[in-house]
Ligand binder design. Structure first.
Ligand SMILES: [Zn+2]
Length: 445
């Protein structure tokens, strides 16, 4: 069911390309240029299905609420020459006029040359049904359904090229947070776009250690700074966390080039919203899933140093731990047939393999290995095997012994039950880090 909000919603998506622009940067440009409107509530950065094949980069859409602010306001960003504040509530504005003004900003900066860039922009006084968000974060949603839902809300929209961007825009608009995090993003001066970023790694490590509720800042395993993107986009850095107040302090701890602007977003990053609990038999290509299974055969390392683990919940699937996840593969290597695990991951597009993104090792079997064949009770000589599972027989006197007579030893397991995840550098945007799994969101914006 569509729900009325205070203020007017403006959402857009699919404006970036792999080598420039960034939909979150467009949010800052919108706020900068649409000066006559107040920001109501925080800007929202919503990540959608990470497995859709045509995503440009992180599959992020933006939803802003604009209007005539009432009551107190709070700081949430800075633009050249002014601070950005947001109001808790406000009155809505003329949607058609807002759509016209916002479209002009989008048309000026969207990367129309890129094949994969198909912008969409939506304006509405009501949020579409939240079912749209839950579907779009987990699977491909057809554009026809989105247009029907938008019509029901009385929304207005514009499509560019294929117009696929309205799917993400409408879905971001439909998001009502069940779990949420925040991200503060600092942007570069346009004159240094494309040039190497200057961010002092020591300051990132100090910030990581000085803050308790940020996550995915620094990969200690590879020495990689995770708050800076790898692409030549306008972002200088983005810090994610469970406390918006702490993020505002964290941003000031980063040393290097000074940002041109910054903005605080409410986001669905780090929430596992894309994960659905499933049975192996129901998995389809590109699903993100949580499955409870038993290991059925010992881990195998394949060329490329990926580790494959065969698991079963009645039906079987290969679970892959890829090389870029580095030490995470040690977890798979330490498992034995019979171990019980819960796997989180996504199914590959080409064949049914689960790409593991997190694992909960629930129960471990005893590692009992045969040391040698039993000795004959009559003549004391070592007995011979009669074949796998067939027991033993003495070659000298013909006495027989059962399989269980073999001498075995219990070895210590190299792993304990618990949660394991890949290092910071190989996590996806929606991945809920272990660092926040037992954490309660304490501030409520
Ligand atoms: Zn014997």
């Amino acid at each position: 069911m569509a729900v009325s909000v205070s203020g007017t919603l403006l959402a857009f998506d699919d404006t970036d390309s792999p080598d420039g622009m960034c939909t979150t940067y467009l949010a800052s440009l919108m706020i900068e240029e649409l000066k006559d409107y107040d920001l109501i509530g925080l800007p929202r950065l919503v990540r959608l299905d990470p497995n859709v094949p045509w995503k440009t980069r992180g599959n992020a859409a933006i939803c802003l609420r604009l209007g005539e602010g009432t009551g107190p306001s709070r700081l949430c960003g800075a633009l050249p020459g002014r601070m950005v504040r947001y109001y808790e509530s406000g009155r809505s504005v003329d949607g058609r006029q807002l759509l016209g003004e916002a479209s002009r900003v989008l048309e000026r900066v969207a990367q129309f040359d890129c094949d994969k860039t198909n912008p969409g922009i939506v304006v509405s006084d009501r949020r579409p049904s939240q079912g749209l968000y839950w579907d779009a974060v987990r699977e491909v949603v057809p554009i026809g359904r989105v247009e029907r839902l938008l019509k029901e809300c009385g929304a207005e929209w514009r499509k560019y090229k294929s117009g696929r961007g309205i799917i993400g825009a409408a879905s971001a608009m439909a998001w009502r947070p069940r779990d949420r995090t925040w991200e503060v993003i600092a942007y570069r001066h346009p004159k240094v776009f494309g040039k190497p970023r200057r961010v002092d790694p020591k300051s990132v490590i100090s910030m990581d250690k000085a803050t308790r509720r940020t996550f995915n800042n620094y990969d200690y395993e590879s020495g990689h700074i995770a708050i800076t993107p790898g692409s030549p986009c306008p972002i200088l850095f983005g810090i994610r966390g469970d406390s918006s107040a702490e993020l505002l302090r964290a941003k000031d701890m980063i040393e290097g080039e000074s940002p041109d602007r910054w903005l605080l977003f409410l986001t669905n990053q780090g929430t596992d919203d894309h994960i659905v609990r499933r049975r192996i038999c129901s998995l389809r290509p590109m699903d993100s899933a949580e499955i409870e299974a038993k290991v059925v055969s010992p881990p195998v390392t394949i060329p490329g140093k990926h580790v494959i683990l065969r698991v079963s919940d009645g039906d079987e699937i290969d679970a892959a731990f890829y090389e870029p996840s580095r030490s995470f593969r040690q977890v798979a290597r330490a498992l034995l047939p019979g171990d019980e695990v819960t796997l989180y991951g996504s199914v590959r597009e080409d064949r049914l393999t689960l790409n593991v993104e997190k694992i909960h090792v629930q129960k471990l079997v005893k590692d009992i290995r045969k040391i040698h064949n039993p000795a004959c009770e009559r003549c004391g000589k070592s007995m011979g095997s009669m074949g796998s599972g067939q027991g033993y027989r003495c070659k000298r006197c013909g006495a027989k012994a059962p399989e269980s007579a073999a001498v075995s030893r219990t070895f210590a397991r190299s792993i304990r039950p618990g949660w394991f995840e890949p290092p910071v550098a190989s996590r996806r945007h929606l991945h809920k880090p272990l660092r926040r799994m037992s954490r309660v969101n304490i501030d409520n914006l």
